[in-house]
Ligand binder design. Structure first.
Ligand code: G3P
Ligand code: CA
Length: 277
């Protein structure tokens, strides 16, 4: 994965052409790339530990995944927290919408017991904690979950990455994605060097016109595996975007996506993608 922003790539190529013969640049552009599928632990290694907790992210590191995928939302009092659903009901011992609970209320919840007593006491992590604990150790695929519920969340995310120098061209494998395309266009202008992905499960978003529009601000087109075809992968690649697909919960789906030649596989079970894990 880790596609560079097109602007940076353009600058790099122009610079290279000044110092090495054109033939050589072309050769490097067209030959010799060893394809590698990135293994992205969905909400952490969530097949083995409660999703979006430190236990699941640590497990992903232990399993040598390339990235963790995290879902970011905001508490009532403005803290960015890592949780998938817009309510805490399914994955904690509490109830209510993330946006209506204070950070103190969210932090007091048990986000592990629902999966097993051995995970009792796992907390909902903050976005800051995840950045600090994992950057440089494993890539972080940041999903802005339902950003329309959190006006201004893009500015906060941008500020937090900038404060940690994680917004630079050679960043430490940070990618931002969302189902909300408007939000991703905004992120693209706030963080011009951070690669962006658009998420969809709709074939309506796979038309030539739609893909061309995405390619104007995103480096990745990230569809549900249910709409992946060889033709789609080729089209996405021809627009110079990468393709990361989700969500693997069986060996069969992992094998299908490996056959489809996608660039990254987003999985609850990192070992289905790479049996060495
Ligand atoms: O990273 C892709 C995937 O996370 C999108 O779906 O619902 O699991 O956030 P969801
Ligand atoms: Ca997600």
């Amino acid at each position: 994965m880790r596609r560079m922003k097109k602007t940076v790539l353009g600058m790099g190529l122009a610079l290279a052409m000044l110092v090495v013969p054109f033939q050589q640049v072309l050769a490097e552009e067209t030959t010799g790339e060893i394809r590698q599928v990135d293994n992205v632990a969905h909400r952490g290694a969530s097949g083995y530990a409660p999703e979006n907790t430190i236990a699941a992210f640590d497990k992903a590191v232990e399993m040598k995944a390339d990235y963790i995928e995290i879902d970011v939302q905001r508490s009532k009092d403005g803290q960015l927290v890592v949780i998938h659903d817009t309510t805490v009901d399914r994955t904690t011992n509490g109830t209510g919408s993330v946006k209506d609970l204070t950070f103190e209320q969210i932090r007091s919840l048990d986000a592990g017991s629902w999966m097993g007593e051995e995970f009792a006491g796992e907390e909902i992590p903050t976005f800051a904690e995840v950045l600090e604990r994992y950057h440089g150790k494993i890539g972080i695929l940041i999903e802005l979950k339902a950003p329309q519920l959190y006006p201004g969340i893009e500015e906060t995310v941008a500020m937090m990455l900038k404060e940690r120098n994680l917004d630079k061209p050679q960043n430490e494998k940070i990618i931002i994605q969302s189902f909300n395309f408007e939000s991703m266009e905004k992120i693209n202008s706030l963080l011009p060097y951070v690669p962006i992905g658009v998420l969809t499960s709709s074939s309506a978003d796979t038309t030539d016109q739609a893909l061309k529009e995405f390619a104007s601000y995103a480096e990745y087109f990230n569809p549900s595996y249910r709409i992946v075809t060889e033709e789609l992968v080729d089209k996405v690649h021809s627009l110079d975007m990468g393709i990361s697909s989700w969500t693997v919960r069986s060996q069969e789906t992992a094998d299908f996506l490996l056959d489809m030649n996608v660039d990254a596989i987003i999985t609850d079970y990192p070992d289905y993608v790479d049996p060495r894990n």
